[in-house]
Design a protein around this ligand. Sequence first.
Ligand code: ATP
Ligand code: MG
Length: 293
Amino acid sequence: MVASLKGGVGKTMVTAEIARAMARRGLKTGILDLDYSAPNIDVVFDCRDKKPIRSDNSTVIPPEIEGIKIISFGQLWPERTAVMTEDRQVDSEDLQRAIDLIEAGRPENAIQYLKLLQEHPGGTIEHVQMLLQPGAIDWGDCERLVLDTPPESGGIVRIVAESPNIFGAIVVCQPSRVSLADAIRTLDLFRKKGTPIIGLLSNQGTHRGEQRYDLTDEHVFHLASEMGISFLGAIPHENNLGGYFDIIVEYIEHSSPRVLPQDTVADTEWKPVLRAAKTAGAFIDLLNKLMSR
Ligand SMILES: Nc1ncnc2c1ncn2[C@@H]1O[C@H](COP(=O)(O)OP(=O)(O)OP(=O)(O)O)[C@@H](O)[C@H]1O
Ligand SMILES: [Mg+2]
């Protein structure tokens, strides 16, 4: 799984490029895009119109694009539409139940029932849990499945992190103070859930050799070593990234993802302490102190 609690750091790009590099190695590869509200894998692979189909026994069969089997919420939701969890669509059973109540002379109960559905939408989680069920999607002879996740920690990422079938998590981060702080949170989530971590990837730190953020790729490297996890590399801001991902996938194929011990990250106090840092150097020093506690 590719994850970061922070949005826009390159999760979808990393998911797509890892899958492409795996396919180039001859591995039968699939992508499951679990970004529910802003799915992008369908855009990256230009596959909005290639819908999954349902087999006779109701499993979902993914379409294949660039030799990769792809399931994205983007193929499922209507285009140009904001899907909100509170907008849970009532299914025919819900409606029948409401109609039954109205016909039984209890319209107020029907309204109460529909309001309850509104207050407890549960749509996102239910959908994702459904897709993660073994057999829900017919991945055929897929050997590797790369999961793109939304920038959050509450629902989807937590559920996937808890899944015993996850080989490992790749955390994407940009070399900036804010992104590093969120990478620490992301790693903490995986620590709490006991999710094996493949490593930390620094993205878009440089463009044509120029630094793009307030920190450098080295800071991300430093964080990875402090946490005792692998640094997967520094991806520049560039157009053709395939070569980098061939190397990263070579590494992933031989890696043994690591579960962080329960006491690696301070559970509390670290945020106000880091806020006190005035310079990148001070920030890193404080980070080091926190990590060694
Ligand atoms: N190394 C890179 N070089 C050039 N462009 C990049 C690179 N990494 C990401 N991008 C671009 O930056 C934008 C954001 O990346 P992406 O969509 O992968 O981030 P994300 O973490 O998936 O975002 P979200 O949290 O919204 O899902 C995209 O337009 C993507 O193509
Ligand atoms: Mg994304």
